[in-house]
Design a protein around this ligand. Structure first.
Ligand code: 6GU
Length: 266
């Protein structure tokens, strides 16, 4: 039997694991079967690698990802990106659920990530800390081109073709460790420093994926509004995050499924 060589890696955000169901001729491997792989501990994250073909492109999909708040070491969180690289993955698509900071955003918007703010990085948490493994990449990798511009354009075009113009956005994603959601003052600060959406994932995987030379595309589903003023009883809940994921799952899946065959592989 020929070994299966995925060219595309997909990471599913909270409540967005349905993407994996798009893959044909699936082979499923539980994280517990893979040496050194961390285990998922969050509701809404399954904990398995799904292999299969998406419109003819061989893919591997992480159904369930790892977060700092689960207590995983930062290098464990990005370990799957090295596995992707070693399997032959050239392009990684990541999704996440995020709170909307930009006042023009609505719940249910899909935000193409054009840049990120690695706030934990300001406080000494970066997945590339420690000895650099030259087999994967440079000691000091650039991050100014982290999010592939061609793929951003492709996603926007596909979104418009699918009739998603009303809810497709392009913005800056900021990660925090969680698990507590932000205070009002924190949301105001994040908005002031240029973040359009806030979440608890993605950035570290992107840094690791770029370090080893994979192309990256990512989007956030705005699952709730970050609370920005004191005259409201609104607050973030994980249930709302999962519910919005369910409501928009179909459009997210259509966006990815339409993009994938149009991504040029080297
Ligand atoms: Cl409001 N904040 C964070 N940190 N993560 C989220 C979120 C908010 N909504 C979904 N994920």
């Amino acid at each position: 039997q020929q070994p299966f060589r995925p060219l595309l890696g997909i990471v599913c955000g909270s409540g967005l694991g349905g993407l994996a169901d798009l893959l044909k001729d699936q082979k499923v491997m539980s994280y517990s079967e893979i040496p050194h792989f961390p285990q998922s501990t969050v509701q809404g994250h399954a904990g398995k690698l799904v292999f299969g073909s998406l419109k003819g492109t061989p893919c591997v999909c992480m159904q369930g990802r790892f977060h700092l708040y689960e207590g995983h070491h930062i290098q464990k969180i990005t370990f799957p990106m090295k596995i992707f690289k070693l399997m032959g993955v050239e392009t990684v698509i990541l999704t996440n659920a995020a709170g909307g900071l930009n006042q023009e955003y609505n719940v249910g918007d899909i935000m193409i990530i054009k840049d990120h703010i690695n706030l934990p990085g300001f406080a000494g948490i970066n997945p590339l800390m420690g000895p650099n493994d030259e087999r994967f990449g440079l000691r000091f990798p650039a991050m100014s081109d982290a999010y592939d511009r061609e793929l951003q354009q492709l996603a926007e075009k596909v979104a418009i073709d699918l009739g998603y113009k009303e809810f497709i956005r392009r913005g800056v994603y900021c990660t925090l460790t969680g698990p507590s959601f932000e205070t009002i003052a924190e949301c105001r600060m994040l908005s002031m420093i240029g973040a359009d959406a806030v979440g608890m994932s993605t950035v570290h995987e992107v840094i690791a994926a770029r370090h080893c030379g994979m192309r990256v595309f990512a989007f956030s589903l705005i699952t709730n509004q970050a609370v920005m003023d004191y005259d409201t009883d609104m607050k973030a809940t994980h249930d709302e995050v999962l519910q919005t994921g369910k409501d928009r799952a179909h459009q997210l899946e259509a966006l990815v499924a339409t993009m994938v065959p149009l991504i040029k592989q080297s």
